[in-house]
Write a protein that binds this ligand. Structure first.
Ligand code: ADP
Ligand code: MG
Ligand code: MG
Length: 354
């Protein structure tokens, strides 16, 4: 009998559309070699308002690639699966990007249900999502990063007398350009590159509309490298890829507009740099207690030869054109085989937990 795999996609996040595209690619991979006789795909769709759908609606979204439009009043129990409709699921494959899915929330529910699922658990997901917690874990592990400072929304908003002092401190500690980011988002949403005191004030205010937690980082001029990690307790790193683009930084528009960013696999860098990146990618994976998969992103400052860790993404973009599967494909693991291995890693982890 086939293993019934629930593909959980969509989600209550700004990266809803990307998730649909990722899910389509994974559903397709589950039905081609070496997988078709092993797995049966059950699409489960989470609407932007958090409402769960299984069956015809979920299949229609997967088929069309179009999100369901939100209608009607929602009650809290619509935002969890109806127990009667998930009795037959053997394994869960969450492919949700950003808050409410990549951050440990869904992973907590699946852990409570004591079912196997692909990817990191609660801790790895939560630490990997929050840029402040992530950087604290990396720094404790001795991994080099840019200089940064954590800021709370309450420092930006509710006490106007401390705001000028806060900006003075950031100004002195980090200089310009610096990057202001909401701590718990992805896809560059809410991120500003800041070149002056005035822009810093505006960017902090903007970031505070997205998150209680904000991070401000010293800006570096660097090449951007990415490395894919696969495994549980003995994770492996892929070849290294590079992203290049013409815009000011790798912002949302550059990420999702066709032709604006260019992926180079493998990255045209020295083997010594590539091997350093791969080692750091595995250290980063272990530092946050990730599992299954993660994409680890770096800044490479060519002038000095420094490699700085930027971030880890525990549920990276997984469309046919995304960096994560492309890096594995260049390393010798095809897309369908990658999906197969992720499912086996989920089963392995579940067996160990029991
Ligand atoms: P996200 O999780 O949304 O991808 P990142 O922290 O990776 O957020 O930032 C998005 C992009 O912004 C990076 O890929 C890079 O182009 C630019 N960027 C972010 N932080 C810095 C920094 N400290 N110095 C230079 N560029 C940065
Ligand atoms: Mg990210
Ligand atoms: Mg990023």
């Amino acid at each position: 009998t086939k293993l019934r795999v629930a593909l959980l996609f969509g989600g209550c996040s700004g990266e809803h559309e990307v998730s649909i595209t990722s899910a389509k690619a994974i559903a397709n991979a589950l039905s081609i070699d070496p997988n078709p006789s092993k797995y049966e795909v059950v699409p489960i769709y989470i609407e932007k308002n958090g409402v769960w759908h299984r069956g015809t609606e979920a299949e229609a979204v997967l088929e069309s690639g179009q999100p369901l439009t939100v209608t009607g009043e929602v009650i809290p129990s619509d935002r969890i699966p109806d127990p009667a409709t998930v009795k037959d699921i053997d394994l869960w494959f969450p492919i949700l990007h950003g808050p409410n899915g990549e951050d440990g929330t869904v992973q907590g529910m699946l852990t409570l249900m004591q079912v196997p699922y692909v990817g990191s658990g609660v801790l790895g997901s939560a630490v990997g999502m929050d840029k402040i917690a992530m950087k604290m874990a990396f720094s404790q592990a001795g991994i080099p990063q840019v200089r940064y400072q954590a800021v709370r929304r309450s420092q930006v908003w509710s006490n106007p007398c401390i705001f000028p002092k806060l900006c003075d401190d950031l100004d002195a500690a980090l200089g310009y350009p610096c990057f202001v980011k909401p701590a718990n988002l992805g896809s560059s949403v809410g991120i500003s590159k800041v070149r002056s005191r005035q822009e810093l004030e505006a960017a902090l205010d903007a970031a505070a509309t997205y998150d209680r937690r904000i991070i401000v980082e010293a800006g570096v001029e660097a090449r951007e490298l990415e490395c894919a990690v696969l495994g549980n307790d003995y994770p492996k790193a892929s070849v290294v890829g590079e992203i290049s683009y013409n815009s000011d930084f790798y912002d949302y528009e550059t990420k999702y507009t066709d032709g604006k960013a260019n992926l180079m696999i493998p990255a045209p860098i020295d083997t010594a740099i590539a091997s350093k990146v791969r080692d750091m990618a595995i250290e980063a994976f272990l530092a946050v207690d990730a599992a299954g998969l993660a994409r680890v992103d770096f800044f490479y400052i060519e002038k000095t030869g420094e490699v700085l860790l930027n971030e880890i993404n525990t549920l990276p973009g997984f469309t046919a054109l995304s960096m994560y599967p492309q890096l594995w494909s260049a390393t010798g693991i095809s897309f369908p085989e990658l999906v197969n291995q992720l499912i086996e890693l989920a089963l392995e982890r579940h067996t160990q937990a029991a």
